[in-house]
Design a protein around this ligand. Structure first.
Ligand SMILES: C[S@@+](CC[C@H](N)C(=O)[O-])C[C@H]1O[C@@H](n2cnc3c(N)ncnc32)[C@H](O)[C@@H]1O
Length: 300
C-alpha cells in the first residue's frame, strides 16, 4: 500500500532527507525523548505510532526493547527514510492515514503521535480513530507545537518570508505546525471523540542550530518548500537566503540556542471497570494544564 499527502501534508521528494538530517536534530529530538518517556513508563505491550515521519520518536520508543511497535505515516517516503536508520529493526512500518486507520478495534495499549495531529483535516474524527484502535483504558499520548510566537526560529523565518512577499501564501508554519495549540479546544475535541482523563502541559526546550542550517531545514525540508515552489515569486534559493539573513540578524553567525515550546497531552479510552483518577481534575478545571505527564508532579 502506498499513499502520499498533498499541499500541507506533502512530505515527499527531497523533503524527507533534509527533514531527517537537519530538522530532526534541531527541534524534534527533545520532545521525542520526553514523549517516549511517558509512553515507555507504562506497561504497554502494543504501541501504535501515527504520523511517525522519519522515526525519531519510534527509535526512542524502541530503545526500551519492551514493546511491539507499529509505526505509521501517510507519506511512504518518510517511512522509507525511517526504516533506513539503525535502531528500529523490530518496528513494523506501515503507510496509514491517521484519520482512517487500517487496524481492528481494540488492538493497541497506547497510541502515540509526535507533531502529527495538527495535519488532520478533521481532528475529532482522527481522535475517534485513535480511540477505536485502543483497548479500554488505553492511553493516547501526543504533542503539538505551541503558537509560532513561542518558537523563535520558525517565527523569524515566517516573518522574513511574509515581509518579503506579503501577497504570497508563505504561512505554512503559522497555519499547520503552529496552528493548533489551544488546550481548551484540544480537550473538547478529545472529549467529543470519547476520551477521558485528559492532561497536558506546555513544555519548554531549545533548538540548537546555525542560521544557515535552520534556514535550509525550514525552507527546504518541510512542505513550505512546496508552497515556495508552487505559489511564490521567490525561488527556493532566494527564499532560503532571506531566511538565513533574518536568522543571522537575530541570532548571529555562530551556533545559537533558541527557545521552543510545545504541548504534550495524554488522554484515555474509558474503561468501564476503572475508577476515575487524577486526570479528571483537569476536566473539572481544578488542575488546569499544570500536571506534568513526564514527572507525574503537580506544580503551580
Ligand atoms: C511534522 S512531521 C512529524 C513527524 C514525526 N512524528 C517527527 O516527530 O519527526 C508530520 C508528519 O505527519 C505526517 N502526516 C500528515 N498527515 C497525516 C495523516 N493524515 N496521517 C498520517 N500521517 C500524516 C506527515 O507525513 C509527516 O511525516
Amino acid at each position: 500500500m502506498t499513499a502520499t499527502g498533498s499541499g500541507d501534508t506533502s512530505f515527499t521528494g527531497s523533503i524527507p532527507e533534509i527533514y531527517d538530517a537537519l530538522l530532526v536534530p534541531m527541534i524534534f529530538e527533545e520532545p521525542a525523548l520526553l514523549l517516549a518517556r511517558t509512553v515507555t513508563s507504562t506497561d504497554a505491550a502494543d504501541i501504535l505510532e501515527t504520523a511517525a515521519g522519519t522515526g525519531v520518536l519510534t527509535r526512542a520508543l524502541a530503545r526500551s526493547g519492551r514493546h511491539h511497535i507499529v509505526a505509521t505515516d501517510l507519506n511512504e517516503p518518510m517511512l522509507t527514510a525511517a526504516a533506513a536508520r539503525p535502531g528500529s529493526a523490530q518496528v513494523r512500518w506501515q503507510v496509514a492515514d491517521a484519520g482512517q486507520l487500517p487496524f481492528p478495534d481494540r488492538t493497541f495499549d497506547v497510541v502515540t503521535c509526535q507533531f502529527g495531529v495538527m495535519f488532520l483535516p478533521d481532528k475529532v474524527a482522527g481522535y475517534a480513530e485513535a480511540l477505536r484502535v485502543l483497548r479500554p483504558g488505553g492511553m493516547f499520548a501526543f504533542n503539538v507545537w505551541d503558537r509560532l510566537e513561542n518558537n523563535a526560529v520558525t517565527l523569524v523565518v515566517t516573518q522574513a518570508l511574509c515581509a518579503t512577499a506579503p501577497d504570497e501564501p508563505l504561512e505554512f508554519f503559522d497555519r499547520k505546525p503552529h496552528g493548533y495549540f489551544d488546550i481548551d479546544r484540544i480537550r473538547s475535541e478529545l472529549e467529543a471523540a470519547g476520551f477521558e482523563r485528559i492532561t497536558g502541559e506546555y513544555l519548554d526546550g531549545t533548538s540548537r542550530t546555525t542560521a544557515e542550517t535552520a534556514a535550509i531545514a525550514l525552507c527546504q525540508g518541510t512542505p513550505l518548500r512546496g508552497e515556495i515552489e508552487r505559489h511564490s515569486t521567490l525561488d527556493l534559493e532566494c527564499a532560503t537566503m532571506i531566511a538565513t539573513d533574518a536568522l543571522r540578524s537575530r541570532f548571529g553567525r555562530e551556533t545559537f540556542d533558541a527557545p521552543t515550546r510545545w504541548l504534550q497531552l495524554t488522554a484515555y479510552r474509558p474503561d468501564p471497570g476503572t475508577a476515575p483518577d487524577r486526570g479528571d481534575r483537569y476536566r473539572s478545571g481544578e488542575l488546569g494544564a499544570r500536571w506534568n505527564p513526564i514527572t507525574g508532579q503537580e506544580h503551580r
